[in-house]
Ligand binder design. Sequence first.
Ligand code: FAD
Length: 461
Amino acid sequence: MAWHVVIAGGGFGGLYAARTLERVLPPASARITLVNDVNFMLYTPLLPGAAAGTLEPRHVVVPLREELRYTDLRLGRVTGADPARSRLRLETIEGHDEEIAYDQLIVALGSVSRTLPIPGLVEHAIGFKTLSEAIALRNRLLLTLEMAETLDDDAARASYLTYVYVGGGYSGLEGLAELQDFAADVIRLYPRCRVQGMRWVLVEARERVMMEIPASLSDHVVRDLRGRGVEFRIGRTVERVTEREVVLSGGEVIPTRTVVWTAGVRPHPVVTRLGLPLEPGGRIRADRFLRVAGQRNVWAIGDAAAVPDPARRGQACPPTAQHALRQGRRVARNVAAELGSGRVRPFRYRTLGVFVDLGRHEAVASTMGIRWRGFPAWFLARTYHLLAMPGLKRRLRLVVDWTVDLLFERDASELGQLGHPPSLATETLQEQSAGGTGGEADEPPVAAAALGPPPVETAPR
Ligand SMILES: Cc1cc2nc3c(=O)[nH]c(=O)nc-3n(C[C@H](O)[C@H](O)[C@H](O)COP(=O)(O)OP(=O)(O)OC[C@H]3O[C@@H](n4cnc5c(N)ncnc54)[C@H](O)[C@@H]3O)c2cc1C
């Protein structure tokens, strides 16, 4: 009977593992099943572009069924595992609990935003990790401009026009830079807001932003963003978040309606229910061959796994897409070797480079010891992502989106209602009560209801 290889998680690690298994396993020797909670892979490095409206949301995802030829995609939520019986548990999209038996299991369940026990944080801040959060942020920017425009009081308006990002890693800096660029483009449509201007603040607890790149480049990032009016609070932490303000260490109070939380990630919480050994940070303990410690037939890769970093002795690989996808390719070859094709080899990889795209044709990059700034770095970053995006069709879509963005102003329609159609029952009830009692007066103000922030996504989707 054919072997059964199961992959839990279809992001960078899982997709590349499945694609490589399809290539390296002898035909018909194994069944490959990929379990993922959505039917696409999110290309996260382009998420800031989706939030800023330079890229269509559909153009920053990779449909898994289009990329995989022989893999059976099972849509569902992994809920646990029993490694002693070689079983993975999941809840299907229809809501049934199911168990899948496997001969080899690859865990690639990624990470979620890492929150801290800060009063008000999970209730009032927005994360920046998923497509829904990115699109919610774009809509929120437009909604806050709309609301600010209606206000007569300058101070009240200022709180809607203030955006505070917490966390100076790539997602925070790129996210802020791209959204600020979008705001600079559309604010001309809002006369009162244009006169008042927006305020953008980045809060970072460590001594500098972007610890992953050389200090000279992170200084360049700060200089560039300061030049655009962004304020930095370095070495400061968030003490409290409310609906109307954020309080920083040292007592500074910033009136704001929007706090974006980009201060790191932690493994997806479901990894605690897989019966596998975990490192203190919560990642699954894997060896340099990507095999889970003490397990014969379970492997772990990507953000959810603590894999020894071949480039930094004694440390785990950083949670990056570059590592996850290469671990995906390696683990596939190692699993194939376990099943009789090839040799099990250790994971080897040294980061090729880091890019920070700041929008407006500005970026910094550090690639194989060479430092780049400005337009050449921006061009390099775009070219890299263009080549890294799987599929010619998707690459062409990126080129079209980027070209349209160069030639035209951005669209300012607030589309928060997308994906939330009114129910027919509600409409009928409203009609009836309006006919009888004039009940529409009871409806909450549309914008106020919509502005309730989607909280930082920390739990399983
Ligand atoms: C805004 C942003 C920008 C980034 N930019 C870069 C960059 O420029 N370069 C870089 O190298 N890295 C970047 N990263 C990091 C990169 O996205 C991650 O390191 C990478 O996605 C990790 O891959 P993974 O396979 O471990 O997890 P993921 O790609 O997150 O995949 C995990 C998959 O598992 C699924 N899943 C989770 N839980 C369940 C469950 N219970 N059941 C079923 N399926 C589940 C998820 O839906 C997802 O499809 C960025 C991250 C963010 C948020």
